[in-house]
Ligand binder design. Structure first.
Ligand code: APR
Length: 249
């Protein structure tokens, strides 16, 4: 029933935004941060994902990368929920994806307009000479040296992700805010909606008149302000939504 309501909103909306979090990649086998099986239940983010701690002792971050991040990401692929968002974009029913995810799956699946709030695991940079490396290259460096260093200048390498304690990329933030303000329909998919400033965008969208829809397995602090809430997996909602839209085209 709720899918029908969401389908109606999608049909009426002139500007629709999907705002995604780790939950949309859970069905690709990538663990979330919070909730059941969440990485932060085991690894303290203040140690493993904090910029001050990284400067103090980068080995923690790189150990986490070697033991958790790389094994979960290097062979994982986008799933049917990512594909559903691609289909909606191709049907001109989805205009922007704002993601907190760093796995690059939206782009791999084929989404064209993606704003990555928290950076990406695809690029690593030497902090000294600015040489860039891929995830796989850095993993290879790590096999012989922890923390890994630049083969050219021995400088420290850092990930292209935004750590706790760092500012989000200004231009991306600005574009995300514009999209939130413009949205008629703002769909949050697979996010606990507790990390700021990202979690402020659904509020901005709702306050400027958008329908707010939340698709997340666990309850979120914004459920009460949402127009529709699905406590289901991303694919359980997005796949039937696209099928229904395909049939009505
Ligand atoms: N479909 C939909 N939701 C799911 C699924 C699924 N298949 N599996 C899990 N979830 C939900 C969980 O219930 C959880 O509430 O996804 C949510 C994921 O929440 P988080 O792990 O907190 O992920 P996210 O909101 O993206 O985290 C925000 O925190 O540490 C950081 O920088 C990291 O970008 C990340 C930010």
């Amino acid at each position: 029933m709720n899918i029908n309501a969401l389908q109606d909103m999608l049909g009426q909306s002139k500007y629709t935004v999907a705002f995604t979090g780790a939950g949309i990649s859970a069905e690709s086998g990538v663990p979330t941060y919070r909730g059941a099986g969440g990485m932060w239940n085991v690894y303290d983010p203040d140690k493993y994902a904090n910029i001050d701690y990284f400067y103090q002792d980068p080995s923690y971050y790189w150990q986490f990368f070697r033991d958790v991040r790389y094994p979960s990401l290097h062979q994982a692929q986008p799933n049917t929920a990512h594909n559903a968002l691609v289909s909606l974009e191709r049907l001109s029913l989805l205009h922007t994806v704002i993601t907190q995810n760093i796995d690059g799956f939206h782009q791999t699946a084929g989404s064209q307009k993606v704003l990555e709030l928290h950076g990406s695991t695809r690029v690593y940079t030497c902090m000294q000479c600015k040489e860039q490396f891929s995830m796989h290259q850095v993993f290879e460096f790590l096999e012989s040296k922890l923390p890994p260093t630049c083969p050219k200048c021995q400088g420290l390498i850092r990930p292209g992700t935004v750590m706790f304690g760092e500012a989000l990329p200004m231009q991306v933030l600005h574009k995300a805010e514009e999209a939130a303000l413009q949205a008629d329909l703002f769909m949050c998919i697979g996010s606990s909606l507790v990390v700021q400033p990202a979690a402020s965008f659904p509020v901005v969208a709702k306050q400027s008149g958008a329908w707010l829809v939340i698709v997340n397995k666990d309850p979120t602090p914004l459920d009460d302000m949402a127009d529709l809430v699905f406590h289901q997996s991303a694919s359980e909602v997005l796949v039937p939504l696209v099928q229904a839209k395909d049939m009505s085209q």
